[in-house]
Design a protein around this ligand. Structure first.
Ligand SMILES: *[C@@H]1O[C@H](CO)[C@@H](O)[C@H](O)[C@H]1NC(C)=O
Ligand SMILES: *[C@@H]1O[C@H](CO)[C@@H](O)[C@H](O)[C@H]1NC(C)=O
Ligand SMILES: *[C@@H]1O[C@H](CO)[C@@H](O)[C@H](O)[C@H]1NC(C)=O
Ligand SMILES: *[C@@H]1O[C@H](CO)[C@@H](O)[C@H](O)[C@H]1NC(C)=O
Ligand SMILES: *[C@@H]1O[C@H](CO)[C@@H](O)[C@H](O)[C@H]1NC(C)=O
Ligand SMILES: *[C@@H]1O[C@H](CO)[C@@H](O)[C@H](O)[C@H]1NC(C)=O
Ligand SMILES: *[C@@H]1O[C@H](CO)[C@@H](O)[C@H](O)[C@H]1NC(C)=O
Ligand SMILES: *[C@@H]1O[C@H](CO)[C@@H](O)[C@H](O)[C@H]1NC(C)=O
Ligand SMILES: *[C@@H]1O[C@H](CO)[C@@H](O)[C@H](O)[C@H]1NC(C)=O
Ligand SMILES: *[C@@H]1O[C@H](CO)[C@@H](O)[C@H](O)[C@H]1NC(C)=O
Ligand SMILES: *[C@@H]1O[C@H](CO)[C@@H](O)[C@H](O)[C@H]1NC(C)=O
Length: 541
């Protein structure tokens, strides 16, 4: 349970606070008349906790320039902090798993990117984006360490690199976006306008974009739309705000409808992470203990929380003293700790990995084939999806907003087995599943449909881009601006150089994925937890 609480995923804190939100919202609703509640962005219901934190004063707190490092202005975060063992001048802020501020995956997913052959066009796109950088979950690890230090005030002294702790205090808010989180979504909206602006038919018909009621989710969508359309975006898009709450049907937080996603059977990832933390942070914990005297009993979970604090303070306040306490290898270990969590709780090592994401996959397939959804075997909300006002089926631009865990499960539900490798909790291995490449803050999966006058040669170095045949459609997956090669996971797609998959083949392999999720049993079945590592296909054994 200890390590559960360290996670920043959406599960913590939904209980009584949400019930209160709901009562308040009910009275708000009666005053609001003109639009249905799911199109009203002002209700504030099911928003989750919204405490803000200390205002930054980076001009005062920034320790740069650092000894031996040439001065580079902060942009806006201070990321030049010297790290022991960082021989290649790598950036530890790209080793923070789901706490990494947005960056495009630098190494790709196994294929190169190719331009569209002349005469072809991108005709449709479906984006699912994570919210931006945020404060930690209320009462989670960072706050626990903050409270512990506060409780020990006057009872301990810290020395050496830890001496900042003698005057440090916890000053973070909870749950809501931090400043750079807003920028990340605005930038993503701007980027997406460059990528896809032409697909917007400005003929007076607005597109519907979807997000959830949670404060950071709603704001992420709004900042994105402002980046895409400008401040007048409400003339161009209607935001559909779906209820984020345990028990509701919602594909943007698919774990809330999936009972087993929130119990021990799906805790293999956090259990594996706990094992790994005991190993990779043993030396650091001894170091911390050596730098504190008096009555502060420094434990290995304090060390892990301290790494989390580096990540959160950096995005919240611009700079954190906690970051330079750890070696480069310990930051690699931190990334791995999050990779384990995601693999074991929302990926192919989880019995509910596929089930959590499958409703969203069904929605993408429905949009691609231009039909509504009339019945739900998963977490689809049919009231909304059996209606073209709330589930338009002819939009060329489809924008949705969601959470890290949910998008990980969606990648699993699509059946992207390139991310299915077993990750041992004892040591780090080479792998495709690197959470900072998959789900950094503001991470986004773009699915394109590409139309071509003839089939495109799978050998993209061939002299002629096309082979003989008629007009063809392709599906192209892009995660954080890099192509996911569909042929690596689906034989039917072929080993194309460009990673695309011919659309009919894609739709055919997707039918199988829906069955593989085994939604009802995975989510509602009564089965025992199996040890982390026994499950390899994102569904119960
Ligand atoms: C800090 O002290 C408060 C009040 O005594 C106590 O409730 C809380 O559990 C302590 N927290 C930690 C992390 O030590
Ligand atoms: C901390 O250091 C100060 C000054 O060096 C000393 O007066 C105090 O007793 C120390 N406190 C503890 C708890 O060791
Ligand atoms: C605007 O374009 C959309 C998408 O092509 C179409 O469905 C809609 O009917 C058009 N609306 C008007 C008013 O022309
Ligand atoms: C948004 O809609 C307004 C009003 O129809 C239009 O003037 C504007 O060009 C649209 N914005 C974009 C980016 O197309
Ligand atoms: C479906 O969504 C509507 C609109 O937000 C909501 O009122 C309804 O409770 C949802 N249904 C379920 C089963 O979650
Ligand atoms: C994870 O650990 C908890 C606590 O020990 C246990 O209840 C749960 O069954 C474990 N789950 C798995 C999948 O190992
Ligand atoms: C320090 O913490 C550990 C782990 O929580 C605990 O087992 C131990 O009893 C504590 N020691 C003291 C002196 O409080
Ligand atoms: C879906 O919508 C259609 C058309 O409005 C309606 O006839 C049908 O009963 C609806 N189905 C469900 C399951 O709500
Ligand atoms: C909600 O999902 C369940 C299946 O998980 C389904 O039985 C029910 O009809 C759905 N309700 C709505 C309103 O979509
Ligand atoms: C896109 O490409 C298809 C196939 O080549 C073609 O039929 C269609 O007219 C093109 N659309 C646009 C807007 O260029
Ligand atoms: C897990 O896998 C191990 C090794 O293959 C096997 O011995 C064990 O029976 C499995 N446990 C369950 C619950 O499937």
């Amino acid at each position: 349970m200890m390590f559960q609480s360290i996670l920043l995923l959406a599960f913590v804190g939904y209980g009584s606070a949400a019930a209160i939100d709901r009562r308040q919202a009910t009275s708000t609703i009666s005053q609001s008349s003109h639009v249905p509640d799911y199109f009203d962005t002002t209700l504030g219901w099911f928003a989750g906790p919204t405490p803000t934190g200390d205002a930054p004063i980076l001009a005062q707190t920034n320790a740069a320039p650092f000894p031996g490092v040439s001065y580079i202005p902060n942009a806006p975060l201070e990321t030049q902090v010297p790290i022991i063992g960082n021989s290649n001048n790598n950036n530890i802020f790209q080793l923070l798993g789901n706490l990494s501020p947005y960056f495009p995956n630098p190494r790709g997913f196994g294929v190169s990117e190719y331009p569209l052959p002349p005469g072809s066009n991108v005709s449709w796109v479906n984006m699912i984006s994570r919210h931006g950088s945020r404060y930690p979950t209320i009462s989670s690890g960072p706050q626990v360490l903050g409270q512990k230090i506060y409780n020990a005030t006057g009872k301990f002294n810290a020395t050496g690199p830890l001496s900042f702790l003698n005057t440090w205090k916890y000053g973070l808010g909870a749950e809501i976006l931090v400043p750079i989180g807003k920028q990340e979504l605005f930038d993503s909206g701007t980027l997406h306008y460059y990528q896809y602006g032409h697909l917007y038919t400005s003929n007076g018909s607005k597109i519907v974009a979807r997000t959830t009621t949670q404060n950071r989710m709603l704001q992420s969508a709004e900042y994105f739309l402002a980046g895409f359309f400008g401040l007048g975006w409400t003339q161009n898009a209607t935001l559909e705000v779906t209820i984020e709450q345990l028990g509701y049907n919602n594909t943007l937080d698919g774990y809330y409808k999936c009972a087993n996603a929130n119990t021990g059977v799906s805790a293999g990832g956090t259990n594996a992470t706990a094992v790994w933390i005991g190993t990779y942070l043993a030396a650091a914990t001894k170091r911390m203990q050596g730098m504190t005297s008096g009555n502060l009993n420094w434990t290995v979970s304090d060390t892990y929380n301290a790494q989390n604090l580096c990540a959160y303070e950096t995005v919240s306040l611009g700079f954190s003293h906690w970051c330079s306490l750890f070696t480069y290898e310990e930051w690699q270990g931190f990334e791995y700790s999050l990779d384990l969590t995601f693999a074991g709780s929302f990926g192919f090592q989880s019995p509910t990995g596929r089930a959590i994401g499958i409703g969203y996959v069904q929605e993408v397939l429905a949009r691609m084939q231009h039909h509504v959804i009339t019945s739900s075997t998963a977490q689809v909300n049919v009231t909304l999806d059996n209606n073209t006002i709330t589930f338009p089926v002819d939009q060329t631009l489809n924008f949705d907003f969601s959470h890290d865990a949910n998008i990980m499960a969606i990648l699993t539900a699509f059946g992207l087995t390139q991310f299915n490798k077993f990750l041992p909790p004892t040591h780090m291995v080479e792998r495709e599943l690197i959470v900072s490449y998959l789900e950094p803050f503001a991470g986004r999966l773009d699915i394109e449909v590409i139309k071509t006058p003839q089939p495109v040669n799978s050998d993209r170095s061939a002299a002629s881009p096309y082979v003989s045949g008629g007009p063809t459609s392709y599906v192209h997956f892009i995660l954080n601006q890099r192509t996911i090669p569909l042929g690596l996971s689906f034989e039917e797609c072929g080993m194309r150089d460009d990673g695309w998959c011919e659309m009919e083949s894609f739709l055919k392999v997707m039918e199988k994925q829906v069955e593989l999720a085994n939604y009802d049993y995975a989510c509602n079945g009564n089965y025992a937890p199996v040890p982390y590592g026994n499950i390899t296909n994102g569904a119960p054994l």
